[in-house]
Design a protein around this ligand. Structure first.
Ligand code: AGP
Length: 609
């Protein structure tokens, strides 16, 4: 998704802006640009491709760009191909703007503006914002912005400059994230705090119909009528180092290795006397006891964490759970009752479909609980209850540590639900919690298998297709494993319920096709081995993930490769299976020379539909 930064201070604005855009690269983009005030004019440069191209352009035009105030943008194309013309900022001779999001009624607004003799030069929806501001601006920025945002439908985060306000930057948002960061003799507007963390960790979150005005030494937040608003300051609970690579070659590898610590940080505040306790999140037993059914709604990897959650909650707490991808849930008119709880899971807390699912449930007066990794994100602020995970900033586009802490919260929640529903007594619950507390070490053990995993990735590096087979909880992990390998190495992977394969898809099993076989659930093991023999008989190469104990029950001739996992209780196996998949994807991506931190076509946070 696009990245936005605005600066007003004492430093050279182009340098601060480019530095900030580099910190936002992980959001995914295809072009970039900036505008600064210089000698009474607004000067704008744009380039396609990586930010280094913008930096080179800035260096070539150094003298024209001397300024302490400006805005910058990285564009992830939605309307109009990646091009210099379609890149932001978009401007008129009165105003320059950058935009993240989609203006859903832009064609109607464009037509109105064309009738007022405005000429459009780009294929973007964003250009209408610049022209509409130009149309309404009569010298009062707040009034003009207020009129414009009341006419925009869809999603937007905006940073705005008015030519006759050379010391100020303005901003507003709806759906897409935007913050104001407070520095010493300098202030910032940005898509998220990571862009400016080296300057300050103090920031305000901006809400819809709030307008920002910043200068070097002032920050005003106003409502659409121009009344000043007081807001609570957030303090980012991580530092620049935490958001950087810290010696690892890639963010993805760093974040895989951070998983043990991420789990400890997330579960520790929620375990008292070896029992799950969500009072830290203002969630008590009476609250959880109210619900007869749970809906878990999310996207991508977060949804796969929800699939693990379904298995756990139904097995341990015997509470029915439905899991949906948010883009389906929001349009299928789900049957919800007041005894239902909607749990949304989101690392970024900004995913448009997940946010829309949350709002749908709230519109039906359904209780909502969000599991998010970003403090103060839109989903966090709109849910009735929030469980914040403490994985720290996840920069790599492919989610790893955020997934594992979401799963950890699912374990805590399922054990807590089992207690409040008298499915477990306290001693039984303590046994589960004690095993949960051993998972960081178990994950460390798996990370120690990295070389074996790399050898397997090397062996199958030329495959075009790969299958992931499992049953029950093992299948839930196959969903995540398949996505990781797809998004990092671009191999076409298919996760499949092992028992379902023979109902058609087994026709795709041919000689030498690699099939990852996850066989860790004792009660399903024999059935799983039968399914594996079916694919082996058709020429597949099998890559087993199992335990030393279960390995003894497998005929050697059906094993081509094997990863032996730590011996832990069946129901905790996702903690040691998924890191294998993460490392397999990472190594395969490196071997195939893919951009493992910023895979093609992907964005870290999908803030549009
Ligand atoms: C995960 O590797 C992907 N990048 C993607 O599926 C992601 O999990 C999904 O877009 C949801 O994002 P969220 O957790 O920020 O809502």
């Amino acid at each position: 998704m696009c990245g936005i930064i605005g600066y007003a201070g004492e430093l050279q604005a182009p340098d601060v802006i480019i530095d900030g855009l580099k910190k936002l690269e992980y959001r995914g983009y295809d072009s970039a640009g900036l505008s600064v005030f210089n000698n009474g004019e607004i000067k704008t440069i744009k380039s396609i491709g990586r930010i280094i191209n913008l930096e080179e352009l800035k260096n070539k035009n150094q003298d024209e760009l001397i300024s302490n105030v400006g805005i910058g943008h990285t564009r992830w194309a939605t309307h109009g191909k990646p091009s210099e013309k379609n890149a932001h900022p978009h401007f008129t001779d009165k105003v320059s703007i950058v935009h993240n999001g989609i203006i859903e009624n832009y064609l109607k607004l464009k037509k109105c503006l064309e009738e007022k003799n405005y000429v459009f030069e780009t294929e973007t929806d964003s250009e209408i914002v610049a022209k509409l501001l130009d149309y309404y601006y009569q010298g009062d920025p707040i009034q003009a912005i207020s009129k414009v945002i009341s006419r925009l439908e869809g999603a937007f985060a905006l940073a705005i400059m008015f030519k006759d306000q050379p010391q100020k930057i303005y901003g507003a948002r709806k759906e897409c994230p935007l913050i104001v960061a407070l520095g010493e003799n300098q202030n910032f507007i940005a898509s998220d705090i990571n862009a400016v963390l080296e300057y300050t960790n103090k920031y305000y979150n901006i809400d819809y119909q709030e307008i920002i005005e910043i200068s070097k030494d002032s920050v005003e937040i106003l409502d659409i009528d121009g009344n000043k608003i007081k807001k609570q300051i957030n303090i980012a609970n991580w530092n620049v180092a935490a958001a950087q690579k810290c010696g690892y070659e890639h963010f993805m590898l760093k974040e895989i290795n951070e998983q043990p610590q991420a789990i400890n940080s997330t579960i520790s505040p929620r375990i008292i006397d070896f029992l799950p306790d969500f009072n830290y999140d203002n969630i008590d037993s009476d609250y959880l006891k109210k619900f007869n059914k749970i809906f878990i709604v999310a996207c991508g990897t977060a949804m796969y964490a929800g699939m693990v959650g379904k298995d756990l909650i139904e097995k341990i707490a015997r509470v029915p759970v439905e899991v949906d991808v948010a883009s389906e849930f929001r349009y299928r008119d789900p049957i919800l009752t007041k005894q239902d709880l909607l749990i949304v899971i989101s690392q970024s807390g900004e995913t448009a479909d997940t946010l829309a699912a949350l709002r749908l449930a709230k519109s039906k007066q359904i209780e909502t609980l969000a599991i998010v990794n970003v403090v103060g994100s839109s989903i966090a602020r709109e849910a009735d209850k929030v469980i914040t995970t403490f994985a720290g900033p996840e920069i790599a586009v492919a989610s790893t540590k955020a997934y594992i802490v979401q799963v950890a919260v699912m374990y805590l929640l399922s054990i807590k639900l089992a207690l409040v529903n008298q499915k477990l007594d306290k001693n039984q619950a303590r046994e589960y919690i004690k095993i949960l507390m051993q998972m960081p070490e178990a994950i460390s053990d798996v990370i120690g298998l990295s070389d074996n995993i790399k050898n397997i990735a090397t062996k199958y590096q030329n495959t075009k297709d790969m299958f992931f087979l499992g049953r029950g909880l093992d299948f839930a992990t196959c969903l995540e494993g398949s996505l990781k390998l797809k998004e990092i190495s671009y191999i076409c992977c298919q996760p499949y319920q092992a028992g379902e394969l023979k109902h058609g898809t087994i026709s795709l099993i041919t000689d030498n096709i690699p099939v990852v076989c996850v066989a860790t659930q004792t009660n399903l093991f024999d059935k799983m081995i039968s399914n594996i023999k079916e694919v082996k008989a058709r020429g597949a190469k099998t890559i087993f993930l199992t335990t030393p104990e279960l390995e003894t029950k497998i005929e050697k001739e059906i094993i081509d490769d094997i990863i032996l996992l730590p011996c832990i209780k069946d129901i905790f196996m996702p903690f040691v299976i998924v890191p294998v998949f993460q490392l397999m994807a990472y190594h395969m991506g490196i071997i195939k020379d893919c951009d493992v931190d910023k895979p093609r076509n992907l964005a870290k946070s999908v803030t549009v539909e």
